[in-house]
Structure formats: C-alpha cells, structure tokens
Design a protein around this ligand. Structure first.
Ligand SMILES: [Zn+2]
Length: 310
C-alpha cells in the first residue's frame, strides 16, 4: 500500500509509512487503539517539523494549523481532509504552490481518507478471522461488489486509469463505475440509474445472500426464492463472499430480471408449458414468450446449462 505522493516531504513520508505499518488494529471507533492517538504520536511531529521548514510568510497567508491530530480528534478526519484541500486551493490561488507542498498535502489528504474509513484488523489468524479481516478491509461500492475507488487504490497503489493526472478525489463509497460525478464534473448516468433502483438492488442482494445460508424446507419457498437459490448455486459463492452476491444483484437489476420473469423461468423449469404458465399467472401467452425473449441465457434455468446446450 502506497499513498505517499512523489515529491512529498521526506519526514512526513517516513511518518506516514510508519503510521501505515502500525495502523493494523487502530480505528476511529476504538479507544484502546485510537487512530487519533497514533496520528498525534506520529504525524503531528512530522507535520510540525515540516512547517518549520516553510517560509514564515507562507504560514501566515495559509493559516496552517499546528495541531492537525487534535483537529481531527475534535472535529473529524473528514474535516481535516477538507482543511488540507482548502490549504491546497489557497496556495494555488496565491500561486505559491511548490511541488513538495502540493505532494505533502496530497499525501496527508489520502492519509486522512484512510483514517476515516479504516476498520480494525484482527491480529489472530484463524480462518474465520481471515474472512472477517478480508471483509473489514474490503469496503465495497454501495451499488455493486467492487471495491470503492479509495480502497482499491489503498490496496493496490494503482490510481484509476481514467484519471492519468491523478487529480480526482477518489470515492470512499463507490467504485469507479458508480462514482456520482464523472471526472469532467458531469453527473454519472450509471450512478443516477443505480440510485433510482437502490432498493431493488438491496433486496436482490439480501435474497441471494439468504439463499446461500442454511436451506429451508422446500415447501416454504416461492419461485423468487428458488430462482435466488439456483443463481447462488451457479455463482458457487460461499456465504461470506459478499462481493459475489452484490455483483450478481447489480446484474439482476441492470438486466431488469423482474419477479415475474423469475416466476416464469422457474415454472418452465418444472416442465410446465408456456400456455399453462400464462393461464396460471393470468397473462397472455405472448406476454410469457416476450418475457422469455428478454432474459439473458445465463438466467434461463429452465434450459440446460450453456456448455450442454449444442
Ligand atoms: Zn460499483
């Protein structure tokens, strides 16, 4: 994980590296492993020694604070993050931006983001813990199973390809596909669409996850449940693999697989004819075949699996 921007002040960079390597059990929630104390202990002294190197006039103009760790604790890491951005903008305006100042602030902005979303990592390495720590370190997009932009970057150190100048503010809540705004500042249509059907998405994700759990008695299941169960089998997902359920739920919503369509598929799978299904559902045979035509092959559980199709 590397969030240190090239050109960042060396003292701040070293403190950041040390911070990251020690931050495992720390979070904003814990009092014993308070990430604020770690910040105060490591980052504040580095920041203060950096301030000493800056020209006095710069300090006065920008109103730089000396106790950034306290600021984060009293307000929040988001507040601190915005403060850094403010200083960065102000120094751009004064046209007194030096590359090391900009890189140092960018590093601290990313570090604040990291602290803000950081979840504690457990020390013990039982298999259950490994699953939990993987999950804790895998905050997914609100609208699919992919990592958020920020976490993907913190994990891999790779900045999104779409932003070669590395100026975008990485989203801590959404993946690159679902970030609210495009890099040019316009609204992202994929985000707006996903926002409109957020509830449907949550519902599908819940159903898929539930179907991966202990089996209920067959009679209690309706066709939507059976459909979810079939899909879960196809995903070959373990109950803890949330990202798989979330991605599958996203696809179901995006491909407009309604409850009615699921019903039709599962009734066909029991060997019923289209005409009988139409009668049972109180719709026309044309409506049944139209629905079937709009369903991608991957969801046609009434047909033999793809590789057996020919
Ligand atoms: Zn997403």
């Amino acid at each position: 994980m590397d969030i240190i921007w090239p050109g960042c002040n060396e003292i701040v960079a070293n403190a950041t590296r040390q911070f990251l390597s020690r931050s495992g059990a720390y979070s904003t929630r814990s009092s014993r492993f308070s990430i604020y104390s770690l910040f105060l202990e490591l980052i504040d002294p580095a920041w203060n020694s950096y301030l000493v190197c800056l020209p006095k006039s710069r300090l006065d103009e920008l109103n730089l604070e000396e106790n950034i760790g306290e600021l984060a604790h009293k307000k929040s890491f988001l507040f601190l993050e915005n403060k850094f951005r403010e200083w960065l903008r102000a120094s751009h305006k004064l046209q007194k931006i030096s590359s090391d100042f900009s890189a140092t602030l960018d590093t601290l902005i990313d570090l604040s983001m990291y602290c803000r979303v950081k979840k504690p990592r457990r020390g013990r390495k039982t298999s259950g813990d490994r699953v939990n720590s993987r999950r804790a370190n895998f905050p997914n997009c609100q609208f699919c199973g992919k990592q958020t932009e920020l976490f993907s970057f913190l994990q891999s150190g790779a900045w999104p390809d779409a932003d070669p100048d590395q100026r975008a503010r990485l989203s801590a809540r959404y993946c690159s596909e679902h970030r609210p705004k495009n890099l040019d500042g316009t609204w992202n249509s994929a985000y707006l669409r996903a926002k409109r059907n957020a509830e449907k998405f949550a519902e599908e994700a819940r159903a898929l996850k539930k179907s991966s759990g202990p089996m209920r008695h067959e009679e209690q299941k309706n066709n939507s449940d059976r459909f979810a169960q079939k899909l879960t089998e196809q995903l070959a997902a373990y109950p803890d693999e949330d990202e798989k359920f979330l991605n599958a739920a996203r696809q179901l919503v995006d491909k407009k697989i309604s409850d009615r369509k699921k019903q039709i598929i599962m009734l066909l799978a029991t060997g019923k004819k289209q005409i009988d299904i139409a009668a049972e559902l109180g719709i026309s045979k044309q409506a049944v075949s139209k629905a079937l035509n709009s369903i991608p092959r991957q969801y046609r559980f009434d047909l033999p699996p793809d590789h057996l199709a020919e």
